[in-house]
Design a protein around this ligand. Structure first.
Ligand code: SF4
Length: 323
């Protein structure tokens, strides 16, 4: 069998390489008339309270970037949605979730950038803001390169007193690995985006990948911790830790060449504990795909309980199974 081509050195060639690895991986069957789903969840605040809220997964056009580790394109459309579709999806999701005066926040996650007008039409921002009026905090995600005037315009549409929080993917503070991830953002670019958002009154959340490709277990542990520290140095309020997962074809190809393996549970927990012990802001472990991190299915419930407890208490020293 011919050897698979190695991961390219140039950004232009990487886009093609990553796209080619998608072959045979299906997209979800989606329609612009329906949100991908919603979840009622709770999150701790920096003040130590737990606040409940709603995460709505909006259906929209695929993100124009081609990050090496990203599988979110599977939950997107290939074309832009018409004006009015996103507010319609959001209104339906809010109806389905039902009213709950205890809900403090809403996350509008669109598997891309909220401020990409080809994904979320800018003309829909006023109606989206109106639908978000019951929530004290509105969280959207965005590529650092798209942080700018549209953020301010949307922030100004929110109800007085509401906080806009923008979630940015740092992914890793390791400069060479960050470059290879093909996100086309640098540490400086990330820091600039955070500074701009803070100067304009937004809260900032950073996504950090635990064990991105090209790092062994020890380096992944070190750089997971350093990435949390870097994010807080930049001024973020919340760090969300995501165990790097395969599923997009590209990471499977890198796994075959020995350049990627998912993090061990021990690495993920060690990075999480480091973040919690810094006490510089909220640190959350993303548990949406926890089953992939736990090799012994018999341990899954206990691990989930432990990590949920750490998330809730913002401490690794509390809960039913402390370490
Ligand atoms: S910017 Fe975000 S959504 Fe877009 S490809 Fe990269 S990780 Fe995926």
């Amino acid at each position: 069998m011919p050897e698979a081509p190695p991961y390219p050195e140039t950004a232009a060639a990487r886009d093609l390489w990553i796209r080619q690895r998608r072959h045979g991986i299906p997209r979800d069957v989606l329609s612009s008339t329906h949100a991908g789903g919603w979840l009622a969840e709770s999150e701790p605040t920096a003040a130590g309270r737990s606040e409940s809220g709603l995460t709505v997964f909006l259906t929209n056009r695929e993100c124009p970037w081609r990050c090496l580790m990203c599988d979110l394109w599977r939950h997107t459309l290939e074309e832009s949605v018409p004006v009015g579709a996103i507010p319609h999806q959001l209104a339906d999701a809010l109806d389905a979730a039902g009213p709950d005066p205890d809900r403090q926040w809403i996350k509008l996650y669109n598997a891309g950038s909220f401020f990409d007008p080809a994904a979320i039409p800018t003309a829909d921002h006023p109606e989206i803001a109106r639908l978000c009026a019951p929530f004290r905090r509105v969280v959207v995600e965005c590529h650092p390169a798209l942080v700018g005037h549209r953020v301010n315009d949307f922030r100004d549409l929110l109800k007085a007193g509401s906080q806009l929080e923008v979630a940015l993917g740092l992914e890793t503070a390791h400069p060479e690995v960050l470059e290879k991830l093909n996100k086309r953002v640098t540490r400086d670019g990330f820091a600039r985006a955070v500074r701009w958002l803070k100067e304009h009154g937004c809260a900032v959340r950073a996504f950090v990948l635990v064990k991105p490709p090209f790092l062994d277990e020890a380096a992944a542990r070190e750089w997971g911790c350093r990435s949390i520290d870097f994010a807080f140095d930049c001024g973020v309020d919340i760090v969300s830790l995501i165990p790097t997962r395969s599923g997009n074809g590209a990471l499977e190809a890198l796994a075959a060449s020995g350049d990627f393996s998912p993090p061990s549970l021990a690495t993920f927990e060690a990075v999480f504990v480091h973040g919690l012990r810094q006490r510089r802001g909220v640190v959350l472990a993303d548990l949406w795909d926890l089953g992939r991190l736990v090799t012994d299915p018999g341990e899954l419930d206990a691990v989930r309980t432990r990590l949920e407890t750490w998330n809730r208490c913002q401490s690794a020293e509390c809960g039913p199974a402390t370490r």
